[in-house]
Design a protein around this ligand. Sequence first.
Ligand code: IVH
Length: 713
Amino acid sequence: MMNAEAHARIAHLRTEIARHDERYYRQAQSEITDFDYDALKKKLADLEAQFSEFALVDSPTQRVGDDRTEGFARVKHRFGMTTLDNTYDETELREFHARLVKAIGRDDLAYTVEPKIDGVAVSLTYEKGKLTRAVTRGDGEEGDDITANVRTIRGLPHALKPSDDVKDDLFAPAFPDVIEIRGEIFLREEEFRRINQLQEEAGDALYANPRNLAAGTVKQLDSRVVATRRLEIVVYGLGACEPGPAGIDQGRGDLRVVRDRTGPHGGGPSLGFHSQSTFQAQLRAWGLPVENKFWVVRGIDAVWAAIGELDTLRRGFPFATDGAVVKLDPFAQQAVVGYRGAGQAARKLSPRWACAYKFAPDRAETRINAISVQVGRTGAVTPVAELEPVLLAGTTVKRATLHNADEIARKDVRVGDTVLVEKAGEIIPAVVSVVLEKRPADSVPYVFPTECPACGSPLVREPGGVKWLCVNAACPEKVRRKIEHFASKAGLDIDGLGEEVVDLLLTRGLITTIPDLFRLKVGDLLPLKKSGEVWAGNLVNGIAERKNADLWRVIHGLGIPQVGAASAKDLARRFRSLEGLATASLNDLVQIDGFGEKTAEAVRTWFGDEVNRALVADLIGVGVAPTPPAQAAAGATLAGKTVVLTGTLPTLSREQATEMIESAGGKVSGSVSRKTHYVLAGDEAGSKLEKAKSLGVPVLDEAAFMELLGGTT
Ligand code: IVH
């Protein structure tokens, strides 16, 4: 290869990788699989090795991605969060072992083999046994403070349990002064499906896989949203530890020992772990969730056997496991081999004592019979490959996502092509690449429609995005999806009015708009089904019954962009009627705690549209009279007041406190601002308490809170 060509390819790979990093780390929506991403990185690393004149210190091969986003406080890790090199290759794994044998001088080395969890890395700080911080990897050196979100994880103790062996020893410290514990946050597949179902009902974008959803969730600015999703965590690693763990030759300067401190027994080692396996046992003894299945083995053949066992077991694990992490067991030996890139910033280091072996994802080859495009409620048009059915990871796959027009063009996917389809933790299989050798001679490039397949109006590219949108408000497909959404669980939750029935009503011309639902008569429905009297009666009643549904449901059901269930509830509480909401000014809207300009604008714009205003008027006209949220008695202690909860209260659970606040007329908010009236703080209250103090917001403890409410209850 010529230098110029190499240079161009290197530059191209760097931009591609940077783009994927941005999507993976910051937007939590990767569009290529890990396997392909790793392959791109490997290609780049190989080229950089071959053409060293083009190697760059800030090449993506030299750094970890950066997940930091707006809206979070930044926290420096005491010890940088390093990553691991990946390999898909047994030979490379054996080379890893050979290097260690050479460095340590023996070949029966002990290793741990652990499942590599495909989630989001997090660093937890416990100070004297109390959870004080949770921080994302960030750029490896400094991450985002996600403590409030991580505290909602049910399985994570806010205080460590003293382990049995130190309980009887008055002098042994139960916990280090400060310890950074590394782990992975993930979502189970069922939970991922549940949330995606809600996303779908709400007409919001679907997450491709549990990992993306977990990453998106830990970066939610509103911890109330986080609390509704069942995040889980497993811990597996040691960051900084003060005083340092036993067995580490501190003279060699193991990077994790931040400060050497004399132990209580006259300078001896003060903590009971000296290896990865004993550390795991310690984590478990402290009551932390650890991996249930991991292996401690000697020699590389035993490592390979353990990886094989892991591969057969992993599909039964609660988390997606994309590989194995192999770690040299004794900390003392880890300290001997140390880190690659020593002397550089911690984030550029990678441990020589660990290696990640990744399993190749489940893939299958099949043919694309057709490419169809779907129109969503918001008008977004998504291309889908209609496949020759193929068995993949235990299920028959008939359709796979093609993501968007740009992706089709980038991969040059054509109808008639044989393609590789992959399912790697994703629920929706994806087309990964085209098998060019099998392309029919007469194939033609796919032309993405320029017009909506449902209504024929010209598609418009989403400003600054990759989606193509149908902007015709009367598009029958959009209308169908909107009506479905209105009737769905996320909206009015109308019994018996699912997708099929909506479709039937539309095709028979019985409805064209949402309000038409309320005009349906039993007589209209009778011709639709043989002996359908009971069905027709139930449906008409079911619809009529929901005329007085909760106001927030109606607001949510309208499908206003940016307005999810939580915002719909805020709007219902503030405006108390559709009429009130329809006439709200931008200023009224931004006053709502938790509403940014963007949401306020979206609501204004929606109600500014004549078609939407007519829809609301029609709804009111057909008798829709939603029920506003119960209002606390006039003069209730917390009427109109916003309260933020933080920390653990001595007797009340979060739910109980929320209930009490709401029934006293108050509202619970997730973040402290000038609009907050009180902060109710318990044990281990963190940054919210500090913020309250700095803004002069009154802080209540549980006793003061009870006393305050005492007047009304
Ligand atoms: S050890 C320096 N152990 O995979 C040691 N990492 O590719 C690095 N991961 O950054 C971490 N399961 O986010 C370790 N059992 C495990 C893991 C694990 C998942 C993640 C972690 C890490 C990445 C390395």
